[in-house]
Design a protein. Structure first.
Ligand SMILES: Cc1cc2nc3c(=O)[nH]c(=O)nc-3n(C[C@H](O)[C@H](O)[C@H](O)COP(=O)(O)O)c2cc1C
Length: 352
């Protein structure tokens, strides 16, 4: 379609990105749009803070963001909540954890990542005409080593073609509804999305630490897109506002940021298994809970106690970890029981 015939003359793209995938998608879409004569502007949500630009009603608005815990990142949801009301057409593109298995490019799973922002935008008067998950290389390196360069190239090439087709279609005013195909799986996984949003993400943010290789250079603090890392006793400390986006771990020039697998395993076992059990038993001994009630409602008591006390113990344990890390030998033990410290546990480099 010639530029003059396209229904949108302008495109405003807002992105949030941890390791660069969503940024890559936003800039690619902008570049393809410009080739078609559409004026495209890209905004980084993390840099905009409160200054939301004015968007004319004829502008197509796009949001690109990673999927975190089968949901959109809280920072994006917060941004949309503050976004002024409007009647623009909008598209949503969530980048998910793509992998390469043999010759296959496998998909991640979005959960509520598209649906919650779409709902918020609907309340504000916007009309979402595009739902598109995009499976760029997985960056969740707390869980698995970063993909090989070859796998990354394979996935990125594939995604680049998808983005070109997507841009052409969405700019011509046609709805892009690929996201709808995932709706059944997204609904099934949605309880996990909710649990992650209200609970899991806080526990996860408390798994990062700076190893003995840390020089206190502050690169992680300066680069954190949500300003969640503070310097405490000359060491980086991850606060509750951490989105676990993985930017710090991938940007550290000394490869000093790790996930404390060994320590976290121990702490989570204490927080979600041993201590809740001991607390209930103590309440029975103190006759706050009757033995009969304990016997008949054990599962309820145990799960309730884990949910209630688990996070408190995790938070207290993280504060303790921060103190322990100051002792070099303990720092080394915690580092050596972290999987991410192995050289073969690659970091993730997003396409430029
Ligand atoms: C904490 C965390 C949670 C994630 N959760 C999911 C998920 O639920 N589903 C999924 O497909 N990918 C998930 N991923 C993978 C990222 O969404 C994916 O790699 C994304 O492309 C990263 O984008 P970015 O580089 O712009 O941050 C997760 C990654 C992280 C770090």
């Amino acid at each position: 379609m010639a530029a003059a015939q396209l229904p949108y003359k302008q495109l405003a793209l807002f992105y949030f990105s941890g390791t660069g995938n969503a940024r890559f998608a936003a800039h690619k879409i902008a570049a393809f749009a410009r080739e078609k004569g559409v004026e495209a502007t890209v905004y980084n949500i993390a840099e905009l803070k409160k200054d939301v630009p004015e968007i004319p009603e004829s502008t197509l608005v796009g949001y690109c963001f990673p999927t975190h815990g089968f949901n959109a990142p809280p920072v994006l949801l917060k941004f949309i909540r503050k976004f002024p009301k409007g009647k623009n057409h909008v598209f949503l593109l969530n980048t998910r954890a793509g992998m390469r298995i043999g010759k296959l490019h496998t998909a991640g799973l979005g959960g509520l990542a598209l649906w919650l922002p779409a709902l918020l935008l609907l309340f504000k008067g916007y009309k979402t005409i595009g739902f598109r998950p995009l499976d760029l290389p997985s960056n969740w390196i707390s869980l698995h080593p970063g993909l090989t360069d070859k796998a990354i190239r394979f996935i990125v090439n594939h995604c680049e073609q998808t983005l070109e087709r997507f841009t052409g279609k969405i700019l011509s005013g046609k709805p892009v509804l690929n996201g709808l195909l995932w709706l059944p799986a997204d609904i099934i996984i949605s309880p996990v999305s909710v649990a992650y949003y209200f609970y899991g993400r806080f526990a996860l943010a408390k798994t990062f630490f700076a190893s003995y290789k840390c020089t206190g250079c502050g690169v992680c603090i300066d680069n954190c897109p949500v300003g969640a890392i503070e310097l405490k006793n000359d060491r980086p400390y991850w606060t509750y506002s951490c989105e676990s986006c993985m930017k710090c771990m991938n940007h550290c020039p000394h490869r000093a940021i790790e996930t404390a697998h060994g320590y976290t395993f121990l702490l989570w076992w204490l927080a979600f298994s041993l201590l809740p059990l001991l607390i209930i038993k103590l309440l029975v001994i103190m006759e706050v809970i009757s033995a009969a009630f304990y016997k008949n409602n054990f599962d309820f008591l145990f799960n309730g106690s884990s949910i209630l006390f688990g996070l408190i113990i995790v938070f207290a344990g993280y504060k303790l970890l921060h103190q322990l890390l100051r002792v070099k030998i303990i720092n080394k033990i915690i580092t050596f029981t972290s999987l991410t410290h192995f050289r073969w546990w690659r970091r993730y480099k997003a396409p430029a």
